[in-house]
Write a protein that binds this ligand. Sequence first.
Ligand code: SAH
Length: 408
Amino acid sequence: MWTFLKIIRLNRATVRSLNPLPRGWTVVLRRSCSSASSESRVTNPSILRHLTSKITATGAITVAEYMREVLTNPVSGYYVKNDMLGADGDFITSPEISQIFGELVGIWCVSEWVASGKPKVLQLVELGPGRGSLIGDILRVFHQLQSVLHGAEVSVHLVEVSPKLSQLQAQCLAGEYTCGGEDELVYRTGTTHTGLPIYWYRSVKDVPRGFSIFLAHEFFDALPIHKFQEDEKRQHLEISPEGGVIVQKLASQIAEDGGAALIADYGHDGTKMDTFRGFRGHKLHDVLEAPGTADLTADVDFSYLRRMAGDAVVCMGPITQRAFLKNMGIDARLQVLLRSCHDATTRAQLIHGCDMLTSPEKMGSRFQFFSLLAPSRLTQPWEEGEGLGRRRRGPAPLPVAGFSELGL
Ligand code: SAH
């Protein structure tokens, strides 16, 4: 029998407002080590008030509900209100560290499109684009590879729940854009600086059907998890049903319309236990302290995503970020950039950025790459007819870039 973890630590004021305590709760009072003024500075009062009145009115909430409210509550959620990325924010991500990251992912997209037989329609879909840096670098690559992409109808689709971040994305990516109404599935449309149509949605289920390359970088780790205790080998299990549903949607679309998904995140293959944590100002932060002022995250369980994807698609990985970027030619790309760069500071930044991305002690081992592909992508088609005399038709499929050495 699975039981929800019910241990929760709250400050004294919150506990007072929870009197009597919901049945079955364990509340551990935390010794306050901050002064009254610094506490009020860090606490997001509306989230805390909302959570305490909800718990008082309807009882204990699950970890998943806590995470969802804190991160994406439409009025005062952490993602909804903040730009949390970068050196001045709470955490920094690979696309923010070096342009090379996005360039190599851009080459991966083009490579998969070529290997899929260059379909006429190419939808580039990113889930949780943050500041838009990754897609911006990819669009630059697409522009440079116009001769390869010649004839393809490329469009850009961003799935973003945060009004604040989607506005930053529009400013960064679109020459012009218009906003739709609150209730519209497409809540913003525009044209990228390179002349491509671009659309914003709140949910991936609203993205149109068609051949699509889906990208999700540090997206799945932000989705709410349930925590369970049960009699298996691991003492904690963390499961994100929302993540599972999204992967099922990607898998069924890829199986039916063609395409691929590239999911990059910190994670494990069904081995880790308690990974739920907070980040604030680049430091670990108690998940229950000052809700709404820190990022909440849990490692992605890729074995669970693989199970949810099912048999209709082929899964590749997870492999380390280091292996993926090395296979994509990060060393050669760095040398090209260094050859044309004579400013000592910029050269040092380029070298430092690549080291951050690939070094096993930094982001190289902790971050993993995982992919979903249409089965047809990896099979060599048979000639018409049946029986032993039948031969393979056409050339052998191209290897999948990143998961083996790039062969463009
Ligand atoms: N991919 C970016 C940003 C990662 S932060 C990067 O690597 O730099 C997580 C992103 O996912 C943010 O843009 C956040 O607003 C978005 N996000 C979080 N939960 C979401 C949800 N349920 N639906 C859509 N977007 C979500």
